[in-house]
Design a protein around this ligand. Structure first.
Ligand code: SAH
Length: 255
């Protein structure tokens, strides 16, 4: 069933009003008709099964026929601090990270980044939001992952310390292993900050700085993953290890 994120104001009791690009998508692209069902998400963590009532050019209305807590959200909130990499590869990270279950993305400019202009990076935000939205609908996420403005590595470390949680920095030369760190946790962290370096990796000064902010350098094992692969793989390992890959899914029953 087609899923759509809508503004919170679109759902009012059992009435749903959808405008703009989503209305266009429903009417002109998917050619849906009154009586057909969609799933609507208002970013509250709930999902609504909606029967279409009117399908007009710029406005689609519907009626909520069932609702429940959305099931696509991991209990552990992962923030992926991804060092800037080439455009297409960065977009790949946003799309695949959303599928795996990343809750928040922070583009980071670190020492060895080829792309290091914060302003230029921030011009891409609208396109990136769109990529995240489409991936979130397709992968049945219950909440739309957020995208923060780009920041420098030191600012990112400071933010991670401020927001709290377990902070990990995969680094090829780390002595501790990701698995050992995760298995040694006394309790499941409610949030994890995950720092991934650019193609050229992190410098040892950066690793030292990060340690000062409480980040733990971890090894992902003997194989070197590319910058666009490391975050996706590590996010999946974290969610698996914390038991978040085993929750039930399934469509919402209609009435
Ligand atoms: N230039 C480095 C590789 C960088 S890979 C080299 O050739 O040695 C890009 C990022 O992915 C790294 O900064 C790190 O955060 C992560 N990464 C990839 N493979 C890793 C591994 N085996 N252990 C820890 N981190 C890894």
């Amino acid at each position: 069933m087609h899923r759509f994120f809508v503004p919170p104001s679109a759902v009012d009791g059992d009435k749903v009003v959808i405008n703009g690009a989503t209305a266009h998508q429903i009417r002109n692209v998917l050619r849906m008709r009154p009586g057909e069902h969609i799933v609507v998400l208002d970013n509250s963590g709930r999902e609504y099964r909606v029967e279409l009532v009117e399908v007009e050019r710029r406005r689609v209305t519907g009626r909520v026929v069932a609702q429940r807590q959305a099931r696509g959200e991991p209990r552990t909130r992962i923030t992926l601090y991804q060092s800037m990499i080439r455009k297409q590869r960065f977009e790949f990270v946003l799309q695949k990270g959303t599928e795996v279950g990343v809750a928040e993305f922070v583009p980071v400019v670190s020492e060895r980044c080829v792309i290091n202009d914060l302003e230029a990076v921030n011009k891409k935000m609208t396109r990136w939001q769109r990529i995240i939205l489409e991936a979130a609908e397709q992968s049945r996420r219950g909440l739309l992952p957020t995208l923060q403005p780009a920041m420098l590595f030191s600012q990112a470390c400071e933010r991670a310390q401020r927001t709290g949680g377990l902070s990990l920095l995969p680094w090829e030369e780390a002595r501790e292993n990701l698995r050992t760190v995760l298995q040694g946790l006394a309790e499941t962290p409610s949030s994890v900050n995950l720092f991934i370096g650019p193609e050229g990796g992190f410098s040892s000064q950066e690793v030292e700085l990060a340690r000062g902010y409480g980040l733990i350098p971890v090894s992902l094992g003997p194989r070197i993953l590319r910058a666009e692969t490391a975050g996706i793989v590590t996010a999946a390992i974290i969610l698996y290890e914390l038991g978040d890959m085993a929750l039930p899914g399934g469509e919402m029953p209609g009435t």
